[in-house]
Ligand binder design. Structure first.
Ligand SMILES: *Cc1c(COP(=O)(O)O)cnc(C)c1O
Length: 341
């Protein structure tokens, strides 16, 4: 039986969270003389600390109950909260599989938590037989798995194996799930009380500027995330932007379909370039490609003001290219076709 109180840090278990003025009285009607706000203006009131309207909309769109939803100032905030809730600094550990999203390591370091980095195999998958001991290590409190993974672009197959065989928290970062055929693990919260699924409005939903990240988890986990988060972590402006985007599901579908169409066009064109050695399969809105000389190609593109991501230091001679608008993809291809190495 999974017992969350064995995983949460003792100081967080006993934490009496900050009770904001807006926590004490629910409702928007009334004369508010409780929060020392300026009584005049449009943005003069503190935002809803629990973002109830956004969560309700998200619940409708995603088919997940409101009580299983937590919102952060980007998923990056939720990654940091996971360390703060579960990992005792200078004692507990976290684990991830590399190459992967860089924020797990940055957040671990800021929180003074050791992050074990297990290499993915040549197919960018987890060798489950290599990690039996890690899964049993009582000091490992959180495992981060990015699936579909950034920067490799593929879905990770062993995710459920790890959730079932690990006694701590498994954070599955699904930032790119809207571009994948795979089903979100958020549908399985009932069977996995140690699961946190991260999603974001920053990618397919087109709202990176608004900083809205999502965690889907069991109510026990949600309770501790709410305890530790800053009271007003998502501004009223950003909550409005999220609400607006989530109402425009047809715009979301349309944009995603264009991106996916452009992705297959770009794939065919990239394959025809002679300096492209390999294009990894992608369940995302980007390609990781192996080229003859990543640094040279990266720099040539930079000089034409086309910015891609040079991943050479992480995966030898690899570049990561995000799918752009049709015109942007044309411009990229025109430049790439000009390059001779
Ligand atoms: C882009 C990205 C995010 C998004 O982070 P936000 O803070 O929500 O913008 C999260 N995880 C991964 C793997 C990403 O690539």
């Amino acid at each position: 039986m999974f017992d969350i109180t064995k995983i949460v840090r003792p100081n967080i278990l006993n934490l009496e969270p900050y009770s904001s003025a807006r926590d004490e009285f629910e409702g928007s009607e009334g004369i508010f003389m409780d929060a020392n706000e300026n009584p005049f203006g449009d943005l003069n009131r503190y935002p809803d600390p629990l973002q109830k309207a956004v969560k309700q909309k998200l619940s409708d769109v995603k088919g997940i109950p409101v009580e299983n939803i937590f919102l952060g100032n980007g998923s990056d905030e939720i990654i940091d909260l996971c360390f703060r809730v579960f990992c005792e600094p200078a004692k507990d550990k976290a684990l991830t599989f590399v190459p992967t999203y860089g924020m797990y390591e940055v957040s671990a370091t800021i929180n003074n938590v050791e992050l074990e980095k297990i290499p993915l195999n040549e197919k960018f998958q987890i060798n489950t037989e290599d990690i039996t001991l890690n899964l049993l290590d009582p000091l490992v409190k959180v495992i981060f798995i990015c699936s579909p993974n950034n920067p490799t672009g593929n879905c990770i197959k062993a995710v459920e194996f790890i959730i079932k065989n690990f006694g701590g928290i498994v954070v599955v970062d699904e930032a790119y799930i809207d571009f994948a055929d795979a089903e979100s693990l958020s549908k399985k919260l009932d069977i996995y009380p140690n699961l946190i699924v991260l999603q974001t409005l920053s990618k397919a939903w087109g709202l990176a500027a608004a900083r809205v990240g999502i965690a889907f988890a069991g109510t026990a986990v949600i309770k501790y995330l709410n305890k530790v988060k800053p009271p007003y972590n998502i501004s009223t402006l950003n909550q409005s932007a999220a609400l607006y985007a989530l109402q425009e599901t047809s715009k979301f579908e349309l944009q995603r379909n264009i991106i996916l169409q452009e992705k297959s066009k770009l794939l065919a064109e990239l394959e025809s370039l002679d300096f492209v050695i390999k294009i990894y399969p992608s369940d995302t809105n980007f390609f990781l490609i192996v080229v003859k000389d990543a640094d040279a190609i990266y720099n040539k593109l930079i000089s034409s003001k086309i910015i891609i991501r040079n991943r050479n230091k992480i995966v030898k001679n690899c570049l990561r290219i995000t799918i752009g608008t049709p015109a942007e993809n044309e411009a990229l291809l025109a430049e790439l076709k000009n390059i001779t190495l």
